[in-house]
Ligand binder design. Structure first.
Ligand code: NIG
Ligand code: FE
Length: 453
């Protein structure tokens, strides 16, 4: 057979930043014997178009310099790329790298005791109002160094990546003071530099009212608008020159920020050029979803208590509705995002884990997909599109990520099965065999990322 044979086992022995055995970033690589190449095509999928997937049996995919340069039936491609190094996918299914557009992955400490309190009858908002919840993670995170935060978060990222999340949004929001929020951003940027994952930062100083501002939410809101956001602009210019600005997000909720405070923060952020996100209607409908749509936010997330009117408003906009089914699951609450109503209204629906220490310590986006099929009525095809191309749209990266098309970044998964539906059909088990990020191959063995710490 022409072409060099890849040696999958060689990867495990190599240190992380070395070139994979297939030759690496600058080489052309033909991935052949793909039993099923599955992808959304042609951009984000609205309403009932969600889940329109192209499925190519016995396919091949060609990667050059971290991008996809060709894909199609194997019989069409083998002759054209006959002398290139090749990788045998052994009949397995290949899907786009998953995109997780909503996480609070960076934190210190844990909240197992609070989980138990909730099971004994206390609610999430009662615990927050009593100074626990987010505020207990704030205490631990404020004390932690950048290095300590990175050390706690890195294993979570490794597990999320091993489960197929090649791009992960990560929020601040456990600092709630300028320096502590910037410390979180510094850790997020440093973890992004480490890779192999790609991280998308979001500034969430408006996650809770910090203890110093207890009972003075308006004063804290003014601090965010007048001081923190302008300081963020300057900090970003110095610390992340050339990178797209981070998203600015607000937890618009009873006990956190009301609609007027949310509007003030988002309008200020927008005027400074930041792209926007909103935590809306997780427990109560304060109007955050309609505000997100009116301000052209990239996404409105949670959307459990959203009214029929707000669903229509959101669906008529380009703001992506991000459902987080791990959150009601994690809180043992019966209500989930009304996904079918959002699709019926022709909205853009995406999925995320919401990985955080309070409501949903879930590092597996496939678990969120599996749950979305049971609790929200999605099909496996819809769940895949919601966790790839639409999730990329929630991060405004849909032209580069989220589907397997010529010209796009070579982010994809080789599963351990020959049917992509296993991603949503199974749960509690990892069906990812290889994660390919920017054309580099990372082996997942028995569910675990095979890459030195
Ligand atoms: O999305 N709701 C606000 N933020 C998170 C929870 C964060 C926490 O409890 O630490 C969420 O559910
Ligand atoms: Fe959240």
């Amino acid at each position: 057979m022409p072409g060099k044979r890849a040696s999958p086992t060689a990867i495990c022995a190599r240190p992380r930043r070395t070139t994979p055995p297939q030759g690496g970033y600058n080489w052309t690589m033909l991935i052949h014997n793909i039993g099923q190449l599955v992808t959304p095509k042609g951009g984000p999928q609205r309403g009932h178009r969600l889940g329109a997937l192209e499925i190519i049996p016995q396919a091949a995919l060609v990667v050059r310099e971290g991008r996809i340069v060709a894909l199609g039936p194997e019989s069409d491609l083998m002759a054209d790329f006959a002398s290139e190094p090749r990788f045998d996918a052994q009949g397995r299914a290949v899907v786009p790298g998953l995109v997780d557009p909503h996480t609070h992955m960076l934190w210190a400490g844990d909240r197992a005791a609070e989980f138990e309190m909730r099971l004994q009858g206390k609610t999430y908002l009662e615990i927050l109002q009593a100074g626990g919840g987010i505020l207990s993670t704030v205490q631990a995170t404020r004390k932690a160094s950048v290095e300590a935060l990175m050390a706690e978060t890195r294993p979570r990222l490794r597990r999320a990546f091993a489960h197929g999340a090649t791009t992960i949004e990560v929020k601040t929001g456990y600092g709630l003071a300028t320096a502590a929020e910037f410390k979180m951003l510094e850790a997020i940027l440093a973890l992004d530099d480490e890779g192999p994952w790609e991280l998308v930062p979001t500034f969430l100083a408006a996650h809770a009212v910090p203890p110093e501002f207890q009972g003075r939410a308006d004063d804290y809101t003014r601090l965010i608008c007048n001081d923190m956001l302008p300081a963020l602009k300057a900090w970003w210019h110095d610390h992340a020159p050339g990178r797209p600005l981070p998203f600015v997000d607000v937890f618009c909720e009873t006990g956190a920020f009301d609609l007027e405070q949310t509007r003030c923060i988002l309008e200020t952020a927008k005027a400074l050029g930041f792209p926007l996100k909103v935590h809306a209607d997780e427990f109560d409908n304060l109007g955050g979803a309609a505000l997100a749509a009116a301000l052209g936010a990239a996404s409105a997330d949670h959307l459990v208590a959203t009214s029929a009117d707000d669903i229509r408003t959101l669906a008529a906009s380009n703001t992506v509705a991000v459902a987080l089914p791990c959150t009601p699951f994690g809180l043992a609450e019966p209500h989930y995002t009304p996904a079918k109503a959002i699709l019926e209204a022709d909205g853009l629906l995406a999925l995320a884990t919401d990985c955080n220490p309070g409501t949903a310590w879930c590092e597996s986006l496939p678990f969120a997909m599996a749950l979305s099929c049971r609790a929200m009525g999605l099909t496996p095809a819809q769940a895949l599109a919601a966790a790839t191309i639409n999730a990329a749209a929630a991060l405004q990266r849909e032209t580069r990520l989220g589907s397997l098309e010529v010209g796009k970044q070579a982010d994809f998964l080789i599963l351990t099965t020959n049917d992509y539906r296993h991603l949503a059909y199974r749960f509690g088990t990892n069906v990812v065999g290889w994660v390919v990020k920017r054309g580099r191959f990372y082996r997942v063995e028995e569910g675990v990322l095979c890459m030195p710490n």
